[in-house]
Design a protein around this ligand. Structure first.
Ligand SMILES: [Zn+2]
Length: 175
């Protein structure tokens, strides 16, 4: 799987993201202003609906010609730190589990209540904690959260333990 690429311009970024459904890179432009507005919450997420203009017509399993969504995480340096492709409104548990490379237990941290950005200003949460909570959208395994937040799994485990005690997050485990 080729690496995601970003070219940064004055007003916008051009991103090439690997789409698991198209099995190809998709490219899109995003205004920096849009990212900056979204970044007030620490990490920017973009949903990009598209379809593959050249699906493999010989392959009955290739559904990439149908509209689907790629969900992209972008950090404050305008780098893409994660992406996920799915059909419909959100990825299914099957899509999430498909991203797990090794066997064993699957842990999916998920935010249990809506956390206003104000919590950061009020000092109830650090900016870092807020970013991690935002990535815990139920679509990412613990390892993937670490990847997107650009931290180690151990660091994320520590954060999550703290946030769990505050009653903000729970970790769903699936064997
Ligand atoms: Zn695609």
């Amino acid at each position: 799987m080729p690496e995601n690429k970003v070219r940064k311009y004055f007003n916008l970024i051009e991103a090439w993201i690997w789409c698991d459904i198209c099995y190809d890179m998709v490219s899109l432009n995003i205004e920096k202003k849009e990212i900056q507005n979204g970044l007030q919450t620490g990490i920017f997420t973009k949903e990009y609906k598209h379809s593959n203009p050249h699906p493999d017509l010989e392959d009955p399993d290739d559904k990439s010609g149908e509209e689907h969504t790629i969900y992209i995480y972008i950090n404050d340096k305008y780098d893409v730190t994660g992406a996920k492709s799915f059909f419909g409104d959100s990825p299914s548990m099957k899509d999430i589990e498909a991203t797990i490379v090794s066997g064993g237990e699957v842990r999916i941290p998920i935010v249990v209540k809506d956390i206003p950005e104000m919590s950061v200003h009020l000092g109830m949460l650090t900016q870092e904690e807020y970013v991690i909570l935002k990535i815990c959208d139920g679509m990412n395994t613990l390892e993937k959260v670490a990847d997107i937040a650009q931290k180690s799994v151990e660091e994320i485990e520590k954060f999550l333990e703290k946030l769990r005690k505050k009653g903000l997050v729970k970790v769903i485990k699936r064997a």
